[in-house]
Every structure is written in C-alpha cells, then in structure tokens.
Ligand binder design. Structure first.
Ligand code: PLP
Length: 435
C-alpha cells in the first residue's frame, strides 16, 4: 500500500474561505497583468501559494483540488516530501556545474536508470534538456544528423512545443504559428490516429511528393495531448513503426506529456508494445523542476562533441528531483495512475450516460478527457470553457484541451475519495448548466 503523507497537510476537499479571486489574488493578478507577457493563456485567476499532494492553496487561504498538476507536471504531487528532501539535499551540496563540460553523479544516475527502462533492445543514450520543446528540437537535430535526411512527418493536432523546430512540428492551433514564419522547411502534417491517414501517407504522399528515402523522422505523440487527449486507433503506432523500419525513417515518440507514468505505464508506447527509435520527455520527469530528456537507441547518438549541448540541461538539482520521482513512480505511483484512471473513467462514463451533452471518456491512466457537446452532439467549446471556469469557483482546478475537451491530468498520487469529490463537483456543474 502506497502512503501519501503529504496529502494530509491540507484539507482533502476544496475549502474556500473568500470569494474568488480573494483580495491577495486579485492584487497579484493586477500586478502580473501589468508586467508579464500577454501571450500566456490564463483562464481563471488562480494564484498558487503552496501545494501538498493533489491539494493546492492560494494566496488567500482557499484550498483547491488540483486535477491539472500544473499542466501534467507534478507527477508525485505538490511538494512530495521525498522529492523536496532530494531537492534540498542536492541544492545544499551542488546547484550547478553544467553537464555539458563536467560530470556529476545525479545526472549519471538518472541517465543509467532511464537507459535501463527505455523500451529499446540495447539500452539507451540520454541527452538532458530543460523542457519538452528543447527535447524535441534536439530530437529533430539528432534524426537529421543520423539519417543525413531532412524531411519530417508530423500530425495535425500535435503539440510539440513553441521553439522554432518544435513549433514547426506543432499542428494544434493557428495562433501558435501565425505571424511567426517562415518555419522549419520540410515538415508535412497528416491527420492523427487513423489508418486512413497512414494509407494516405503510403499510397498518395510517398509515391508523389514525399520520397520516403528523404524522410528523417516521423514524430508522433502516443496519445495526443494538447490536441484533445486522443488515443490513436489500434495498430496506428505499430504501423508507424513498420513504415519507419521499411524506409529507414526514425520513429520519434514525444512522451513529454504521456510519459513518466501518466498513462499507467512508464512510457505510453508500452501500451502498444512499440519500440521507438527516439523518445522525448519533460513535464513529469522531475515532478516540477525544469528538466527534459532525449532517449535514443544507443547506436543513433553518433553526433560528435559540440554538435549539441546546453548549459542548464541535466542540472544536478533537477536530476536529483527526477531520481526521487522515478523511485516513487516505480514504488507505486504508476500502478496508482492506472487504477485511479480506471476509477475516473468509470465515474465519467456514468456521467456521460446521465448527461447528454457529455461524451464518454477516453484516455489511459491519468490522462483522461471528456468532450462537451451541443444539443446536436457537436463539439461545444463554450460549454467546456464555462465548466472549466465554474469548476474553479467550486474549488476544482481543471484544464481544457482540443476543441471542446476537459482534460483530467491530476498528480499521480490522487486517491479514490478525491476522484469522488471531483465527480461530485462535475455532477453539480452539469446539473446547473443543464447538460
Ligand atoms: N510535447 C508535448 C506532447 C507537450 O504536451 C508539450 C507541452 O505541453 C510539449 C511537447 C512542450 O513542452 P514544453 O512546454 O516543456 O516546452
């Protein structure tokens, strides 16, 4: 039985003590809006002060149940004592020395542990970055370097980050690309998740405009995240594997959101038994400290010293947090993600059968979504936005994704009573909004 001691330091259910936003939150939002970039996508005015497990307290003492995990990041929950201890211990010893030019144990340890667990036949080599976008940038470079080819295939609805290479692969919303061009040339997007799309690639694109011998990589999310928590059709990832193997193309799987236990397996591709060539990671890897990783089959990392490096990537404190995270994931959190995901989906299915404007849930582990619909069964983004917003005022933190989906990506420490609380609040909201 896994215990979650830190969950107990805040109430286990939402507890609101001011109207929202409270006075301190209101003042901070005003200060923020005067000085930070307007490109951030804030919805409701949550001003976080401290967290424990799945509970989050704002600056006015209001306590929320957090089903966002800071966009699928705080895998071990807010301020897990073992992660905090690892961060404190490492930061008192050595904060930075740059793994690009020097060596230190937390980075070696993490690379060894990831290499042991990577779903490749002969271990892995690991490059550490600072974020998901940077992991994907590096993966693009590695694929081009190793294959000597330049073209890349990505998917509509994909989200791979906002730096130039990653943005060029991203196919989620026009606002993410508009007025930023020219982007990386040689990227072709095809629809995600269906065999029809792969038929189009093989039967129409390969013989005409996209010679497979010039394709360096197919970059794919095992479950599309930002695009709507879309689980691909059976055989989709396996077929990409086989297309890649046949044409000498590298299969890059972006596990930035789905990886590190969130789907109920350490790597989401394990659900389909698929072995990629390269995996990119970030988000949950260090429970909230900035860290990303590129895992590749060892024989692919032929790039020479200086060809790819970074000052901060693999920082000792971030690696120490990741080492603690990995231990906790394997000590029970991955299993918990699987079990709690099943419970959540069962509860959401009941809601879908009761409320006609709520779709059946989809997803794996604690990467679950529902869509909100209009009277005719079409996707309804306004209703989704209303629910996400109103949930905040009832002490439940949610995020949207895709056109009309609510995503549920709580910390992997969530327990059944907290899932029940979330379902209860959703029921009230669906009733109030006539869903
Ligand atoms: N890849 C996926 C699948 C993501 O979900 C994200 C972020 O949401 C990224 C890449 C980009 O990660 P970051 O925001 O750390 O650059």
């Amino acid at each position: 039985m896994f215990s979650f001691p830190n969950n107990r330091t805040l109430p286990r259910t939402p507890h609101l003590v001011t109207s929202l936003p409270g006075p301190r939150a209101r003042a901070l939002v005003e200060r923020d809006q005067a000085v930070t970039s307007p490109s951030y996508t804030r919805g409701y005015p949550l001003v976080a002060a401290r967290g424990a497990g799945c509970m989050l307290e704002d600056v006015d003492g209001n306590v929320f149940l957090d089903l966002t995990a800071g966009i699928a990041v705080t895998a071990t929950g807010h301020a897990h004592p073992e992660v905090v201890a690892a961060i404190q211990e490492q930061s008192a010893r050595l904060v930075h020395m740059s793994g690009t030019d020097f060596y230190y144990e937390p980075m070696v340890q993490l690379a060894e542990d990831l290499a042991k667990r990577a779903p490749f036949p002969n271990g892995a080599r690991v490059f550490f970055s600072n974020s998901g976008a940077e992991s994907n940038e590096g993966a693009i470079k590695l694929a081009r370097y190793y294959t000597g080819r330049s073209l890349i295939i990505a998917f509509l609805g994909a989200f791979h980050g906002r730096t130039y290479g990653a943005m060029s692969l991203t196919g989620s919303k026009t606002v993410q690309r508009q007025q930023f061009g020219p982007l990386l040339p040689g990227v072709t997007h095809i629809p995600y998740g269906t065999h029809e799309s792969l038929d189009y690639l093989e039967q129409k694109l390969f013989p005409t405009v996209l010679p497979p011998t010039e394709v360096a990589a197919i970059v794919v999310e095992p479950i599309q995240g930002e695009g709507g928590y879309i689980v691909p059709e059976d055989g989709f990832l396996e077929r990409i594997r086989s297309i890649c193997s046949r044409h000498g193309i590298l299969m890059i799987v972006d596990e930035v959101q789905a990886g590190m236990g969130r789907s109920g397996k350490l790597f989401a591709t394990e659900h389909w038994g698929v072995m990629p060539d390269i995996i990119t990671l970030a988000k949950g890897i260090a429970s909230g400290l900035p860290l990303g990783a590129i895992l590749s089959r060892p024989e692919l990392m032929t790039w020479p010293p200086g060809s790819h490096a970074t000052t901060f990537g693999g920082n000792p404190v971030a690696c120490a947090a990741a080492n603690a995270t990995l231990r906790l994931l394997e000590a029970g959190l991955i299993d918990n993600a699987y079990k709690m995901g099943e419970l959540l989906q069962a509860g959401l299915s009941k809601l879908a059968s009761r409320f006609s404007r709520v779709s059946l849930p989809r997803g794996k582990g604690l990467m679950v979504a529902i869509d909100l619909l209009d009277g005719e069964g079409h996707l309804n983004s306004e209703l989704r936005d209303q629910i996400v917003d109103r949930a905040f005022y009832k002490g439940l933190l949610l995020l949207g994704c895709g056109k009309s989906a609510i995503r549920f990506c709580p910390p992997l420490v969530i327990e059944s009573d907290q899932i029940e609380t979330a379902l209860q609040i959703l029921t009230e909201l669906f009733e109030e909004l006539g869903c």
